[in-house]
Design a protein around this ligand. Structure first.
Ligand code: PLP
Length: 363
């Protein structure tokens, strides 16, 4: 079976993780944490970066740090992984799902404007599948309406707009290092920002909100959202190879485009930005959910794992209500094809022929 994703782990990862374990610093103190944070901040071009246990709690921590609470609204794209909306619910606030642009798959700034109410506190764009959202338009809206702009950059390590990288395009950015991400720490996440006050507050809340002056003195309820030194060791080894990883992923996408676009299949967008290829996207207009799912099942029988696009969040029972036609259309017709550093040209050929045969089978 060709998997949809597979981390690229080699000697330096094993060396760093063993070193972290041998050092005895196996919890959330240790030199790998500090180095991973400072190198990741430098990579994104931000002053600060803070490791967290995963991307979801990173989003939650940012919302709490900004004082988002019950009664507040946070605008999120409808087409995203559920964690974006869940983090808003975790903060007791209401996620307001807005449709995405057809050309970028990311939140539509025009519709964001229309969704703003007196209760809106923040906009949380997602750089979906590695494509940056339209951050210049969103920055303008956020500034005019005094809203926080939180990038959900979980899927977009290294993507950029005009030379500025994801994580440095809003007030803060949140990344995931889950095993299928561009770089992984097993589980893990990172928050990036240039705002020192926010950074200090995040660090405090992440560590049980313990007073800096008086040990074991807490004046509010904080969290244990820390990453371990062992995870940071894995993450750091991966970060050292990120340029190569991104380049390889771009090569894979070029290959997929060559084989699929002549058949009228749409691959990842690239609009006014430098996206990264977190997941290769293939959209077959007019196919529909039922046939799309049959194609995925047939591919699996043929030894290739593929995934459907996310469901629109507004279609999930706990967020039910509303329809966003572009999100729905992309969700019904979208595939994610195998995308990982060690995937070979021959395997891409195999994926594409299995895919095209399965598509023929349902037409
Ligand atoms: C868009 C998006 N946001 C948030 C997350 C949550 O990250 P994690 O799985 O590290 O909690 C993910 C990842 O899976 C994601 O794809």
């Amino acid at each position: 079976m060709i998997p949809v994703s597979n981390p690229s782990i080699s000697k330096s990862e094993l060396d760093y993780v063993s070193d972290a374990v041998r050092s005895g610093w196996v919890s959330s103190l240790g030199s790998y944490i500090d180095t991973f944070e400072s190198r990741f901040a430098a990579y994104c071009g931000t002053k600060y970066a803070l490791t967290v246990s995963n991307g979801t709690v990173g989003l939650h921590l940012v919302l709490v740090a900004y004082g988002v609470e019950n009664g507040d609204e946070v605008i999120v794209p409808d087409l995203t992984f559920v964690a974006t909306a869940n983090a808003v619910r975790m903060a007791q606030a209401t996620p307001v799902m807005v449709d995405v642009c057809r050309d970028t798959y990311c939140i539509d700034p025009e519709l964001v404007l229309r969704a703003i109410t007196p209760r809106t506190k923040a906009i949380m764009p997602v750089h979906l599948y590695g494509h940056p959202a339209n951050m210049s338009a969103l920055r303008e809206i956020a500034r005019e309406h005094r809203l926080y702009l939180i990038e959900d950059a979980a899927e977009a390590h290294g993507a950029s707009i005009g030379g500025s990288r994801a994580g440095a395009l809003g007030d803060c950015g949140v990344f995931s290092f889950y095993g299928n991400k561009i770089i992984t720490s097993g589980e893990g996440g990172m928050i990036t920002t240039n705002d020192e006050t926010l950074f200090q507050r995040l660090r405090y809340l992440r560590d049980h909100a313990m007073s800096k002056e008086v040990r074991y003195w807490h004046t509010e309820v904080g969290y244990n959202y820390r990453m371990t030194n062992m995870q940071a060791a894995l993450g750091l080894a991966q970060l050292e190879k990120i340029d190569y990883f991104i380049e390889r992923r771009a090569e894979l996408l070029m290959q997929y485009r060559m084989l699929l676009e002549p058949h009228g299949i749409e691959c990842n967008p690239a609009v006014c930005s430098q996206p990264v290829n977190w997941m290769t996207c293939a959209v077959v207009n007019g196919l529909g959910r039922e046939r799309r799912d049959k194609v995925i099942a047939a591919m699996r029988e043929g030894g290739v794992d593929a995934r459907p696009f996310f469901f629109p969040v507004s279609r999930l029972p706990m967020y039910g209500g509303g329809t966003n036609p572009v999100s729905q259309m992309l969700s019904d017709n979208g595939f994610n094809l195998p995308t990982y550093v060690d995937l070979t040209i021959e395997q891409i050929g195999e994926v594409c022929s299995t895919f095209l045969t399965a598509l023929d089978g349902v037409s």
